[in-house]
Design a protein. Structure first.
Length: 250
């Protein structure tokens, strides 16, 4: 079939007008790949092949647009493209091409991700490692990249987070506060041994502890005295205060 003319569109697309008025939309890469500018004609077999390859190039250009907004991992890109219901084999073909062209590199992505998390989040190394395990990286690569998150830096960040939570505490005893901080830091992905090391030095001053105790005592008393009195009230008060972490006899 003879090619009558080409019409350029956006995103590297062309409409090829064939003899008889038939049109096919394809990509510049395929026009060059099959020398259509030189041959000026196309067989039915090649026409069908181009239609098939068009799908991969559509996936490729959608992926490229997604990547150009922000660096992505292979895992992220696959998830995004599968949601758009592209065939998985075409997604894999597009990813191979993007890797070959240098647009996809999970190791470079992981390093950038680590630097962003250190700079703009409170995430610890164990939480970041969980994200890295989704990537197509070996254990050795993950270990090497995470080595930038040195123990000294982790201890410094733990200390800052502990102090921040101490300053915002207005209701908890020393015991309860330590428990809460420990759980929060575990959730953020810090090493338990380093959290314990820093928490071993944490103690609120006696005056501050007493103020918090009195505040909680009065609040509980107002609530429980509506329902209990005498020894039962005292028992309920002790139980509730104990649950809140106030272990001292007052």
């Amino acid at each position: 079939m003879k090619i009558i003319k080409y019409q350029k569109k956006k995103l590297g697309k062309y409409v090829i007008e064939l003899e008889g008025g038939e049109e096919i939309e394809t990509y510049e890469d395929l026009i060059l790949k099959y020398d259509l500018l030189i041959k000026k004609e196309i067989s039915l077999e090649l026409l069908e092949k181009i239609r098939e390859e068009n799908v991969m190039y559509e996936v490729y250009f959608v992926a490229l647009k997604y990547i150009k907004v922000k660096m992505r991992s292979v895992y992220e890109l696959k998830k995004y493209l599968l949601k758009k219901e592209y065939p998985s084999e075409k997604i894999d073909d597009a990813i191979v091409l993007l890797k070959k062209q240098g647009y996809l590199n999970d190791e470079a992505y992981a390093k950038s991700f680590l630097h962003d998390r250190i700079a703009f989040s409170t995430d610890g190394p164990l939480k970041i490692k969980q994200e890295f395990e989704k990537l197509e990286l070996s254990e050795e690569q993950i270990k090497e990249i995470l080595s930038e998150y040195q123990e000294e830096l982790e201890l410094e960040r733990i200390e800052k987070l502990i102090q921040k939570q101490i300053r915002s505490n207005h209701t908890k005893s020393n015991y309860s506060l330590k428990q809460k901080i420990y759980q929060n830091l575990l959730t953020l992905g810090y090493h338990p041994s380093l959290i314990e090391e820093k928490l071993s030095f944490v103690e609120q001053g006696e005056e501050e502890e007493e103020k918090i105790y009195q505040k909680e005592y009065q609040k509980l008393y107002r609530k429980l005295s509506r329902k209990y009195s005498g020894t039962e009230l005292e028992y309920q008060m002790r139980q509730k205060l104990f649950q809140k972490g106030f272990r001292q006899n007052r």
